[in-house]
Design a protein around this ligand. Structure first.
Ligand code: HEC
Ligand code: HEC
Length: 306
């Protein structure tokens, strides 16, 4: 593929490049033909800079001239061998893409045997292996840390993966499914349906579920509204449902915050956290599956330490 959008530019660039090299050559040649005749003394030139700086008209030393011509020869040889002149690909046929692909191939060949060993083991076994965990951690830092944090503890809207509390479940195959297909939590906005008072009541009922400070007078009304509007996803007891990613509301773990204000915001505006499917990102190569395996094992291991 050519990077140029018009046929003019490659020619323009090639001509300009070659002319400057030839031009420099001619200029240098023209300026350095003078030699001192036998017995001739170099003359002092008639100008002075910076108060007292004067120069002689000595010919340039040969080694120095040689360096100059050397750079020009180097440039010409380079432009024959490698791409540099417009669209011309160079005798060696080098491309940055080719080099990248060769490096990826070499890295794959290097990791293949290491990965193959881990692929034989189930995720729980891999999670217990310190070498596998070290590789898993590096993969996590590369592919996941921008959202889940380098220590996997997450932040608002991005779940903590170390606490053993799961939206979707922490079984090895569930973690693999999460990473492979991504997840999209769908908590619908319910402010309009509940009204301001209803929202406040149900929020106080939610607060009571995890023993947080709440307005006792509102709990009764809130509970009724919860049974009607929320229990289908969060279960009648509020412990949540992994199949939907509906959060457990009875524990101390909050994805979006556990203050009354944060809960009211969640209920009235809804929430829809999105975890992208990662398989494409992990590369389209044979190592993709192994990376997935190691990442799942790493995440599985993080929560098991607790
Ligand atoms: C673009 C941001 C982003 C990236 C990158 C990302 N995640 Fe996620 N991840 C999320 C969000 C947001 C959620 C919560 C989804 C929800 O709320 O439904 C999530 C959820 C998860 C869950 C489910 C947690 C639970 O409680 O069930 C796991 C496991 C997970 N991510 C692992 C990973 C791994 C491993 C990687 C790297 C391969 C990764 N994530 C990369 C944003 C991201
Ligand atoms: C259609 C299913 C569904 C319904 C109905 C539903 N929720 Fe949710 N809720 C979810 C999902 C899924 C999430 C997680 C959203 C995410 O991961 O981004 C969630 C998240 C929440 C959270 C955030 C938890 C945290 O850790 O920050 C609260 C609070 C909550 N819901 C309360 C309620 C209340 C109260 C109602 C009823 C008024 C309700 N939900 C109705 C599915 C539902």
């Amino acid at each position: 593929m050519s990077d140029f959008t018009s046929g003019f530019w490659p020619i323009y660039i090639s001509v300009l490049t070659l002319l400057s090299i030839i031009g420099t050559w001619v200029f240098l040649k023209k300026q350095t033909t003078r030699k001192l005749a036998p017995g001739e003394k170099p003359e002092l030139m008639k100008h002075t800079w910076d108060g007292d700086l004067q120069d002689l008209n000595n010919p340039l030393p040969r080694w120095w001239l040689g360096l100059f011509y050397g750079t020009m020869v180097f440039a010409l040889v380079y432009l024959v061998l490698w791409p540099g002149l417009g669209n011309y690909a160079g005798v060696l046929g080098w491309t940055s893409l080719g080099e990248y692909e060769a490096e990826v191939k070499a890295a794959e060949a290097k990791f293949q045997p290491v990965y193959a060993g881990f692929m034989q083991q189930d995720i729980a076994t891999v999670a217990a292996d310190p070498n596998a965990r070290a590789i898993g951690k590096n993969l996590f830092l590369t592919y996941c840390s921008q959202c889940h944090g380098s220590n996997a503890e997450g932040s608002k809207g991005f779940p903590n993966l170390t606490d053993g509390d799961w939206l979707y479940g922490g079984e090895p195959e569930t973690i693999v499914a999460t990473i492979t297909n991504g997840r999209n939590g769908m908590m619908p906005p319910m402010g309009a349906a509940l009204g301001e008072e209803g929202t406040k009541a149900v929020a106080n009922y939610v607060l009571s579920l995890s023993g947080r400070k709440h307005d006792v007078a509102l709990v009764g009304a809130g509970q009724a509204k919860f049974a009607e509007n929320c229990a289908a996803c969060h279960m009648p007891d509020g412990t949540g449902m992994h199949a939907l990613g509906a959060a457990n509301l009875t524990d101390k773990v909050w994805l979006y915050g556990g203050s009354e204000a944060a809960i009211i915001e969640t209920i009235s505006k809804g929430r829809s956290g999105a975890m992208p499917p990662m398989t494409q990102t992990l590369g389209t190569t044979s190592n993709q599956e192994a990376k997935l395996h190691l990442l799942a094992a790493y995440v599985y291991g993080l929560s098991k330490k607790q």
